[in-house]
Design a protein around this ligand. Structure first.
Ligand code: OVM
Length: 404
């Protein structure tokens, strides 16, 4: 860091590519380097400023006035480039436009509204775990549990029809890749953009949705005048974009954590009420959503560095969640810690609106497993699936030891 006469700090520069496949598959070394380099690092390859320390990431997340989302939360700057799809009314909007959609969806996904799902989801988890265990002790926990469970319960809760549900994960994978630069991961999806978008958009129509799901509630809010009828399908689209891959890879993170920390699994078995905290700790430890961008609405001074108006800022949520200045033994997955304050769900006005849905999925699945399984161990190297934004998985081969 160099201090100029005016007290303005020239940040360290790096030509590293945070979206290179090797980095995406193993991001922790880069996170450490960026945290240690300084509170702000200039990434020359993408002409953005990066924040990797908890203090600065947290401060940027809660300062929506100076760190806007409306120019997109990916690398693409909507002020200059056309977004790949109409911007999200939640994720890619700022107050006041952001507020009505946020209020409507928050109500629909709030804990009281989820109570009616608990019984059904609990039963679904018990049934799935019984069936998986009946198939023998060796399984791919990614495919058989982490991926299967959200797909079993969430699309029904939204009110989707039975056809084409296998488009959900590819669509989410594409949407999360699209926050990164136009690299090979984005290009690999390009041939499916039109087809997958058409399917998702069709599911957002009122006629495509059952009468008792989250989707129908969004349309009912439009009938009440809380939203316009033009906004309703876009809010449904947010559920379908942000609600599937995130939980799949978040549950994977939790299962991976327990497969590699048997003493923590023991603790969960003794106190199953820790399931929710365990999930949050897994989200802190792995940060399924690794990064998001913001755009400076004015020349913003961060720890002495001036980030120019209109430029992008890359926030490393995963690095902040393991910042040793904020967390004791940050690399340890530990149910005894209080993970609250982690930025794995973001922070501030855009903080994950579906987090209660995700926690409920995790709670019912982990408690069903904890009752029946004494130990989970890896039988082979788990495989990651590279994505520009998601810390995602391809396989999680394990052996489970059924409880007596
Ligand atoms: C959205 C949305 C919200 C959060 C994450 C996300 C693809 C999308 O509103 O569409 O990731």
């Amino acid at each position: 860091m160099t201090e100029t006469l005016e007290g303005t700090v020239v940040p360290p520069a790096s030509d590293v590519d945070p979206f290179a496949v090797e980095v995406l598959l193993d991001p922790e070394p880069l996170h450490r380097d960026l945290r240690e380099a300084g509170p702000v690092v200039y990434l020359s390859r993408y002409d953005v400023h990066a924040l990797a320390r908890y203090e600065q990431v947290h401060a940027a997340l809660v300062d929506w006035q100076r760190f806007e989302s409306g120019a997109g939360v990916g690398w693409t700057n909507f002020r200059h480039e056309k977004p790949w799809r109409p911007p999200s009314l939640l994720l890619e909007a700022d107050p006041p436009r952001h507020d009505a959609p946020r209020r409507v969806l928050r109500e629909i996904l709030a804990p009281p509204a989820l109570r009616r799902l608990r019984e059904t989801w609990h039963a679904a988890a018990e049934e799935m775990v019984d069936r998986v265990l009946a198939d023998g002790p060796e399984l791919d926990a990614f495919t058989a549990l982490a991926k299967a469970f959200p797909l079993r319960v969430f699309p029904d809760a939204v009110g989707l029809g039975p056809d084409g549900r296998d488009n959900l994960l590819p669509y989410g994978n594409m949407a999360f890749n699209a926050f990164g630069p136009l690299n090979d991961l984005v290009k690999a999806d390009a041939h499916r953009v039109a087809e997958l978008s058409a399917w998702v958009n069709a599911q957002c129509r009122r006629e495509a949705l059952s009468e008792d799901g989250f989707g129908a509630r969004i349309w009912a809010a439009a009938d009440r005048g809380d939203l316009t009828h033009e906004q309703a399908p876009l809010v449904v689209r947010s559920l379908l974009t942000a609600g599937v891959d995130t939980t799949v890879h978040g549950l994977s993170a939790a299962l991976y954590a327990f497969a590699t920390h048997p003493e923590q699994w023991q603790r969960l078995r003794e106190r199953p009420e820790l399931a929710r905290v365990a999930f949050d700790e897994a989200v802190r430890w792995q940060s399924p959503v690794q990064t998001f961008f913001r755009t400076a609405t004015t020349d913003v001074r961060v720890a002495g560095t001036v980030i120019p108006e209109g430029t992008k800022i890359l926030m490393f949520l995963g690095a902040a969640n393991r910042d040793p200045d904020r967390w004791t033994d940050p690399d340890q997955f530990d149910l005894a810690r209080d993970p609250s304050g982690h930025v794995g769900f973001g922070m501030g006005i855009h903080q994950c609106i579906g987090q209660h849905v995700a926690r409920l999925e995790a709670e019912v699945l982990l408690t069903a497993l904890a009752r029946r399984v004494e130990r989970i161990e890896l039988t082979d190297t788990p495989h990651r699936h590279p994505n520009n934004t998601l810390r995602s998985w391809a396989s999680l081969p394990v052996r489970v030891h059924p409880a007596a």
